[in-house]
Design a protein around this ligand. Structure first.
Ligand SMILES: NC(=O)c1ccc[n+]([C@@H]2O[C@H](COP(=O)([O-])OP(=O)(O)OC[C@H]3O[C@@H](n4cnc5c(N)ncnc54)[C@H](O)[C@@H]3O)[C@@H](O)[C@H]2O)c1
Length: 452
């Protein structure tokens, strides 16, 4: 065990004196902010990405991630602290490698592990004695031990002795003005205690609070618990919106009043459905794993079912809204406001807006969209380009559907110039009544309660 101590101590010392080189595989929403934090902490960071476009852009001192400023990238690249490359051999100099590649679902909603496997193979090819490899991609419990560690073992290394392996879930919340990589506590779980110790030391160099747990499986489950918690609670409040709609009760009033309880209640708000790379996908990684153990995760399945039906609920509101104006959806001009999956960000992946648009078009509507953060969206190879928000556009639309409540939009203009607004986020409540009739997901209809 003397060898174990010396290899580990050597890496630890290189982390502590900042002479360690840090590799990051995957420079997207998760990997780039992490690479920047490591470089800000004084490490030389080798960012490896399969996308030449991403690497070229970063090396020019630009940024493709909203939360990372181009100025920071430019400064770090110029100082020689950050490099972005498609040449994986540059990772061979790294003392530690963090993997932040996508973990999507296949068409059959099973985990698509191809990116993690490819990244594990890259890390394995570039690992040397003492390398610490940490998986950050959200995945099912067991991945680090069953996929990453065996890959490294093929090179003859013994995990915990001459290479070190851990899982540390990324918790980045894009667009959050308060919490970012540095001040969001980081959970770390290693294959062995030495792995946890090294990975904790690595992240402590650039993140304020480290939360070590006893295994990689615990760390993997922490992330799945967090995101399943959100999915289930969003589904519960979405169902509450449907309940309130049927009862003729204002769901927003109920939520605001419930939120005054100073304990035992956490506020979630209903909407058109869930989106992004995390909440709609991650719980299915756990559901899949549990299916292999012959257990059905009922909460996950039910939450997914309710959340994925919300775009259809929005469509129902549009149909009723237009019907009130004696118009069919077929042939109506509909403006969708906001296609990002949540407010003030530029990410439209898995956005419920895409489902809302598809459902409206299936009914024969002519749909356009405006989003101050998203110029165009791609779906099944089809590119759809946004339009500027103008008085004429609003006046021409038979209905405006608010899917994402970006703060940058001039909602008073929307209120004053539109005929009908389907407001799935209740953003219009803050504006003076105008020409438009506003329909929310569930509004007060006092006479409806108990009237049968
Ligand atoms: N986006 C979020 O808000 C968020 C938050 C927490 C966790 N996560 C998780 O983090 C992981 C990464 O997500 P993301 O949003 O950063 O993805 P992303 O798509 O923004 O970035 C992934 C990057 O990896 C690159 N890549 C793909 N395969 C590669 C390979 N084999 N080698 C090198 N580079 C490769 C892609 O070109 C891309 O630039 C996922 O597991 C996701 O679930 C994401």
């Amino acid at each position: 065990m003397a060898g174990e101590a010396s290899i580990k101590e050597r890496v630890l010392k290189r982390i502590q004196d900042r002479s360690a080189v840090i590799g990051v595989i995957g420079l997207g929403y998760v990997g780039l902010p992490l690479a920047v934090e490591f470089a800000n902490a004084g490490f030389h960071v080798v960012g490896y990405d399969v996308s030449q476009r991403v690497c070229d852009l970063l090396m020019r001192g630009e940024s493709h991630i909203q939360d990372v400023s181009p100025a920071d990238v430019a400064t770090l690249v110029k100082a020689g602290l950050l490099e972005a490359t498609t040449d994986e051999s540059r990772l061979s100099t790294a003392d530690a490698i963090s993997i932040a590649v996508p973990t999507p679902l296949s068409k059959t909603r099973d985990p698509d592990m191809s990116y993690v496997i490819a990244a594990a193979e890259t890390a394995t090819r570039q690992t040397h004695e003492g390398t610490l490899v940490v998986l950050e991609s959200t995945t099912y419990p067991g991945t680090t031990r069953e996929v990453l560690a065996p890959a490294l073992a093929t090179r003859g290394f013994t995990v915990g002795v001459d290479v070190f392996v851990a899982f540390s879930p990324e918790r980045v919340d894009p667009g959050n003005p308060v919490y970012h990589t540095k001040n969001t506590p980081k959970v770390v779980g290693g294959i062995t205690a030495a792995c946890t110790e090294l990975a904790s030391a690595l992240y402590a160099s650039c993140i304020d609070t480290i939360v070590p747990v006893s295994s990689t499986e615990s760390a993997e489950l922490v992330k799945l618990l967090e995101n399943t918690f959100r999915s289930v609670n969003i589904a519960m409040v979405n169902e509450m919106a449907i309940v309130c709609d049927k009862l003729g009760v204002d769901v927003w009033e109920v939520i605001e009043a419930a939120s005054t309880k100073p304990f035992g209640y956490m506020k979630f708000t209903p909407g058109p459905g869930i989106g992004g790379h995390c909440i709609p996908l991650d719980p299915h990684y756990l559901a899949w794993k549990m299916r292999t153990l012959n257990y059905k995760t009922r909460f996950i399945d039910l939450a997914s079912e309710i959340n994925s039906q919300m775009p259809a609920f929005v469509l129902e509101k549009v149909v009723h809204g237009l019907n009130h104006d004696r118009k069919p959806v077929n042939g109506s001009r509909i403006l969708v406001l906001g296609v990002a999956y949540k407010r003030d960000i530029d990410d439209a992946r898995e956005s419920p807006a895409l489902d809302v648009i598809r459902l409206l078009e299936e009914q024969g509507a002519t749909v356009s969209f405006h989003d101050p953060y998203v110029d165009c969206v791609r779906e099944d190879g089809h590119v759809r380009t946004g339009v500027p928000l103008t008085t004429q556009l609003l006046a021409d639309a038979d209905a405006v559907v608010v899917v994402t409540d970006h703060q940058k939009v001039d909602y008073q203009l929307v209120m004053d110039q539109s005929k009908l607004i389907i407001d799935s986020r209740n953003i219009m409540r803050g504006y003076k009544p105008g020409k438009a009739r506003v329909v929310t997901l569930a509004a007060a209809r006092p006479s409806a309660v108990g009237s049968n």
